[in-house]
Design a protein around this ligand. Structure first.
Ligand code: URA
Length: 243
């Protein structure tokens, strides 16, 4: 861990209301070891032996193509499809790309993304899990940036969410985390607000869904108190997925 990582880690827990930090030796052991990356030969073998009818993420990207199915394509620089492994055990679903994501073509790379990465990695470290951002899959309900970062319209969500659903079916993770009201509504179809739905398990086609706050919401100073709840939600997910 670099000094800057350590500073960010401490800042994160200070914001959660922790006032004292103890140094523990030796570092905590994983509750359950995370699977190693399969070697190329194992992958090839399982690909050859598998009858798995699931689509690959590459097939979905190919089908999406240079999408013009809704008006959001007009202002985009990049389609922001998703990032991470098809074998991820947890998928995080956000709302839609912002300016940084549109510029880079990668979800959650701006300020909200940095907070999301910290939340994932710091919570995992604290729970003794060697989980890093590349171990999870991250994507959004809509894949092109809405102008001025406005909330995606109903028809834009209806046009784009089938691609999200195909990503989720391709991955079939052990758990999905819906970040904020838009992702929660897209997955659960619920009209209930995020305040009521967060912190509880829901279901999307047989996969447990944890609804929690969107990191951009947590970045607004007056909402910092909700960070602790988001952290509790994430802890529930990690305990469920990794034992
Ligand atoms: N907010 C989102 O919902 N998604 C991103 O990718 C970035 C910010």
């Amino acid at each position: 861990m670099t000094p800057e990582d350590l500073r960010q880690y401490l800042r994160f827990y200070r914001d959660l209301g922790f006032e004292e930090v103890y140094h523990r030796e030796p570092p905590p052991q994983p509750v359950v070891a995370l699977p190693d990356q399969p070697s190329a030969s194992t992958d090839l073998f399982s690909d050859l032996m598998s009858n798995d009818p699931r689509e690959t993420l590459e097939q979905i990207v190919a089908d999406l193509g240079a999408c013009t199915r809704c008006r959001l394509h007009q202002g985009r620089t990049h389609i922001v499809f998703g990032v991470g492994s098809q074998k991820a055990k947890i998928v995080f679903v956000g709302e839609g790309p912002g300016a940084d994501e549109d510029a880079q073509g990668i979800p959650f790379v701006g300020r909200a993304g940095q907070l999301l990465t910290q939340m994932i990695e710091n919570t995992a470290t604290r729970e003794g899990l060697p989980l890093k951002r590349p171990d999870v899959y991250i994507c959004n309900v809509v894949k092109c940036r809405p102008p001025e970062n406005r909330t995606p319209e109903k028809d834009e969500m209806e046009t784009c969410s089938p691609f999200l659903f195909r990503q989720l079916e391709a991955i079939r993770p052990k758990a999905i985390v819906a970040l904020g009201g838009v992702a929660t509504k897209a997955l659960l179809g619920a009209s209930t607000g995020i305040m009521q739905l967060r912190g509880k398990w829901h279901d999307w086609r047989g996969i447990p869904v944890m609804a929690t706050y969107h990191p951009a919401f947590l970045l607004r100073g007056y909402n910092a108190a909700y960070k602790r709840e988001a952290w509790e939600d994430l802890k529930k997910v990690l305990h469920y997925v990794y034992g």
